[in-house]
Design a protein around this ligand. Structure first.
Ligand code: UT7
Length: 324
């Protein structure tokens, strides 16, 4: 018998304000055409003043719990991936815990920037497989609009705010790739690439939140190479290949990266969930948002084999193979 972490529910939340590319044309040397053709992004959502990462995360959490038919009291743990927590501490996960009315269990944040949800899923899977938790709410939630330099056209047009969540539950599997649940994970970091993508402030340096700095074309090069590698490695661990994949649910940073990764995995674009046009890059929230939207669109169905893959600041990157 193998314990598997099976997805019981999924949900998401997007702030009400939609910002089309055209809004950037009025105050920056950029065009809707450049943003669309270089990134695939058409619009993104920005949180309202006073609306925080834990507000978005709590709404996504409630949607995922409703989808699972479960209450907050049924959960053992919350793992929340974010780089834009409400406060330096406590963890945004504990704020979500309070907002959804959960008084039992434990809650903590995971910080792996855009790869955060993949890292959070792997951590939740380990908690479940080791018997430390039976039901874990895994959230990706971000308010990247708060750390953007709106004078820097190379970054501010790329990111958006939002949140997505899944409820994982322990189930007995046979230990084969036919099991539902998380089948394999593959995680990597290499801190020598720090300067390619970082925030230029922090508690123990400037004492400020700072703003996003990125050498976009360098990150692009690493993304195209490393995402297909980690996806293949995770599939290998599960005893599967690209031919077995029903859906790639990639981190949504750039349509050209998504397409290049799918091509390297020999998976056609018809089997890739794409939401970047509507959300922009929502960092740790992008994969759970895409899982939720993909299910709502009727793309993702029970039994489908899914590969998620992501790369972000660190650099940190990884992939998770799961059967829905
Ligand atoms: O989620 C975390 C991981 N992050 C990513 O995966 C992002 C990875 N990188 C990318 O998606 C792309 O590199 C970008 C979309 C950021 C940039 O696309 P690119 O094709 O790599 O362009 P580039 O950085 O090489 O810049 C090409 C030109 C430059 O002008 P010059 O030097 O050739 O005159 C830039 O200044 O495009 C210019 N440029 C812009 N032009 C109009 C950069 N941003 C803009 C803009 N509007 N918003």
């Amino acid at each position: 018998m193998t314990i598997r972490a099976v997805v019981r529910g999924v949900g998401h939340y997007l702030p009400a304000r939609v910002v089309p590319n055209a809004e950037f044309e009025t105050r920056l040397d950029t065009t809707d055409e450049w943003i669309r053709t270089r990134t695939g992004i058409e619009r993104r959502h920005f949180a309202a003043e006073g609306e925080t990462t834990s507000d978005l995360g709590a709404k996504a959490a409630e949607a995922a719990l409703a989808d699972a038919g479960l209450a907050a009291a049924d959960l053992d743990a919350i793992v929340l991936a974010t780089s834009t927590a409400d406060l330096t501490f406590p963890a945004a996960a504990t704020m979500v815990q309070q907002k959804i009315g959960m008084t039992n269990g434990f809650a903590f944040d995971v910080q792996a920037v855009c790869a955060g949800f993949v890292f959070a899923l792997a951590n939740a899977n380990a908690l479940i497989q080791s018997g430390q938790a039976r039901r874990v709410l895994v959230i990706g939630a971000e308010t990247f609009s708060r750390i953007l330099d709106f004078e820097d056209r190379g970054t501010c047009v790329l990111f958006g705010d939002g949140a997505g969540a899944v409820v994982l539950e322990a189930a007995e599997g046979k230990g084969t790739a036919a099991d539902r649940g998380i089948l394999a994970t593959d995680l990597h970091s290499d801190g020598s690439y720090r300067d390619l993508l970082y925030v230029d402030g922090g508690v123990s340096t400037t004492g400020t939140a700072g703003q996003v700095r990125m050498q976009g074309n360098q990150v692009f090069r690493h993304a195209v190479e490393k995402l297909a590698e980690t996806a293949h490695a995770a599939l290998d661990k599960a005893g599967l290949s690209g031919a077995d994949v029903d859906w790639i649910v990639p981190h949504q940073a750039n349509l050209r990266i998504i397409a290049a990764t799918a091509q390297r995995m020999q998976v056609p674009m018809e089997r890739v969930v794409v939401t970047v046009q509507d959300h922009g890059n929502t960092s740790a929230a992008s994969i759970p948002l895409a899982l939720s939207v993909g299910k709502a669109r009727g793309q993702i169905k029970e039994g489908d084999l899914i590969v998620t893959e992501a790369i972000g600041g660190g650099l940190s990157w990884g992939a998770v193979v799961l059967r829905w």
